[in-house]
Every structure is written in C-alpha cells, then in structure tokens.
Design a protein around this ligand. Sequence first.
Ligand SMILES: Cc1cc2nc3c(=O)[nH]c(=O)nc-3n(C[C@H](O)[C@H](O)[C@H](O)COP(=O)(O)OP(=O)(O)OC[C@H]3O[C@@H](n4cnc5c(N)ncnc54)[C@H](O)[C@@H]3O)c2cc1C
Length: 448
Amino acid sequence: MAFMMDQIASTPPGRAGRAIVIGGSIAGLLAARVLADFFEEIVIVEADEPPEGAQPRNKVPQGHHSHVLLERGQNILESMFPGMIQELIRNGSIVTDFTRDLEWFHFGEWKQRFPSGIQGVQQTRPFLEQHIRGRVALIPQVSVQYRSRVTGMILSDDRSRVQGVKVRSESSQHEEEILADLVVDAGGAGSHTLKWLGAEQDTSEVVPIELFYATRYYTTDWVDRGWTNLMISARLPESPYAGVVLPFENQIIGVTLGGYLREPPRTEADFEQIARMLPQPHIYDFIQRATPVSEMKIYRIPSQSRKRKNVLSKIPARFIMIGDSYCRFDPLYGQGMSVAAMEAELLGAELGRLSIGDSIDAAIRSYWAQLPKLTQDPWDMALIEAYRHPGIKGTRPIGTGVKQWFTRRIYKASAHDPSVYLRLVQVMNLKRPSSSFFQPSLLWKLFR
Ligand SMILES: Cc1cc2nc3c(=O)[nH]c(=O)nc-3n(C[C@H](O)[C@H](O)[C@H](O)COP(=O)(O)OP(=O)(O)OC[C@H]3O[C@@H](n4cnc5c(N)ncnc54)[C@H](O)[C@@H]3O)c2cc1C
C-alpha cells in the first residue's frame, strides 16, 4: 500500500503539549490526525491487540458488519489525508453512484434510478480502518500504546480539570499515569469516562430502538443481476425488518439484515427465513444464487444514545468526547463514521481559531457547544422513523408527528421525482442540512 509522505501534518511553532486519545478506532484515529496539527505529542491508548491487516478486531465487533461511508465522510477523509480515496479505490474499494447503482425499496415503492453524482466508496470497515491507521502511522507526533486500557482519569485537586489518565497495560501489573493537556474520549459506545468523572447521571439521552444486525458474506458469478447495491428498508411498525446487499473489496458481497424489536436469527436457516419475510424477494433470491464465504454474525444495538447538552456543565475542563462515546446512532442510516469525521473536523476548526499563546479551553468549550447541532440531523433521521413504532419507548419530542408526516411526503415523492430523490440523498449523505427541503420549488413538488 502506498502512503504519501508529503501529507504528514507538522506542528506549528508555538503549539506544544500532550494529548491523549482513549481508543484507536475510527474516531480516535481521526482525532489524532487533527490534534497532530496542534500538539507536540499525541498518545493513543488502545485496549486491543495491534491489528493485523484488514481483519475485524476483537474489541470492535461491529467490524464484522457491512458499513457504508457517506459522501460527507469521504470528503473529510480526503481533506485530512489527501489521496486517500483514490488509494482505497486502487486497493479494491468499490465505487458506486448512489441513485444509479442502488435498487431501493422504500416506503412501499421502488425508487427510480438515474446518475446523481453522489459517490459511494464501499469497503469493509476493517479495510477502511486499516487505511486510516496506515496514514496516521506516518504522523511522527502520534504513537499508539496497544494492549493498554485506560482505567480512570487524573483530575486536578479541585476536580475542575482533567490532567491525564490511568492506564493498565496487559504486560504490567502496575497502573501507569500519563499526564496530558487534553484527554479525548474515543472509546466507543461502551466508554466509562463520564462514570469516572462522576458525571454520568442525567447526562445521556437514550432511545431503546432494540435493533439487531445479522451479516453474512457471499460471492457470486451472477453479474447481470441489474443492480450493484440493493436495499429493502423497514417501514415501521408493519415491516420491522430491513436488508441490504453491498459489494466490498476482494469480490465479497455483504448481506446484512436488521430488525427492530425482534429476536435476531440464531442459525443461518433463520437468516434466510428473515430474508424471505422482507416485503420484496430480491435479497432472498440473491442469497439462493450466491455462495456464502463466512459464517453469520450478530450484533445487538439496544439504543440510540447521545450525551445531553447539560453534560458540559458536569464535566471538568480539558476533556472531550468524539464518535460513538458521544453519540451512537441507529446504524441502518450509516452515519457513525461520517459523524466522527465531522466531529474531528470541528475540533480542528476550533483549535485552528486560536492564536499563539491562547489557552485551548475556549476551543474545547466551543467544540462541546456545537456537538448537539452537528449531530441533530443524523439523530432525527433515524428517530423520526423509529418513533413510528409504538413499541419503541421514549418521549416523542414535540413536533415528531409533523416531521413524520413531512418525511412521508418526501419518501413518497422521491420514488418518482428525481429532484426530490436527489435532495433526500444529499441530506442522507450529510452533504446538506434537512432544512434544505424547505425550498419553494421542492415544497411545491411535495405538496402539489
Ligand atoms: C452493527 C453496526 C453497524 C454500523 N454500520 C455503520 C455504517 O454503515 N456506517 C457508519 O458510518 N457507521 C456505522 N456504524 C457505527 C460505526 O461502527 C462507529 O460509528 C465507528 O466505528 C466509530 O466508532 P468509534 O471509533 O467512536 O468507536 P469504536 O469503533 O467502537 O472503537 C472504540 C475503540 O476504543 C477502544 N477502547 C474502548 N475503551 C477503552 C479503554 N478504556 N482504554 C483503551 N481503549 C479503549 C476499543 O478497543 C476500540 O478500539 C455501525 C455500528 C454498528 C454497531
């Protein structure tokens, strides 16, 4: 794999200090890339083994499941690591056009297909992480301490400021302390940092979506099947199952089935049975004609969850969260990695606003203050649909019914009207805000 040495970030004069990143997964690696522009030293503390190639890691079990990288995420990766998208494609990622190459059954109708220019770059999650890791490995200020678990935080005497982390490595009996000017929690959805900081209570918004994921990989010589990607969406409450077929590197094709408030399949025969229960037979037909190359893997996503705005008033200075530790989405919308990239980009922008000699506290506060807005559209996109199911608990925010009525109009119109579909796809790819539906020409199409 070729990496571009000339793109390594350098430390601007006047910037100094050490940042610690808890977790060396997608969010942690992207945070480290951004911090390298501002800190002299970045230490990623990662509990897992040093990864080998593009295999799913033990501590990132979702790596077994199909992941999509939205166009916004691709663009940010490319800006952080110039040449990366071409490098992925050269090494085997599959390029698709969202609307031309996807056969999509959604809200009871098939979408029309046409070229949109919205590009998909498809690869398995471990393959993507491997490429990001490879680029981060070239940044001289960044080091990774594998097989090391952060077990607690070091606080100032008055508990107003995080000063570092406690780390236990597999090879040592002792707990080591690493001091830092900034601690970034990229420890994923299971992160314990708020508990360690005594700030856990009333700081999380948790919506129990009770979703399962079941994925199996296949190969096929059925090349004239008429589509590259295939998606059958859930329609709640009546159709709780969804399915997606996506090709990835090395000629493997992932078939992922999901279901809300349903038990996951226990056997591969159950998996096929669920494919058969989808409102259209296409995924089941594909499975019948394809050859499995993996066993089935299951993942349960109990909730979509995000830290509340009040978290900021409860946590000490010099600490931030990024990626799934801050907000974990319903994965069927494919947003987690792209939102992590947006958060890393925001962090870089806020640190970049500082003048030499400024304290980083203002940048950190501003980062936290913008996270709720940054995550609001992806948060709503999944929950507006999930809340159609009476079995999904949680207080519906005011206006949910109106939003559901509005999105239903969008979904229906997008099956027939290319301009509505194109806008929907731009919003789904986080390229435009949901407010961009409120344009007179689009509203006219939705309500005529
Ligand atoms: C089934 C499923 C499907 C998904 N599909 C998509 C998709 O299609 N598109 C998309 O963009 N996103 C998807 N996501 C979300 C995506 O996987 C995450 O958003 C993305 O991996 C970023 O996660 P992260 O880096 O924040 O955390 P993780 O990937 O969970 O990584 C956390 C890391 O922190 C380490 N760690 C944790 N605690 C400690 C500690 N105390 N000390 C040291 N290290 C620690 C772990 O070992 C791990 O490496 C999906 C998620 C799931 C569950």
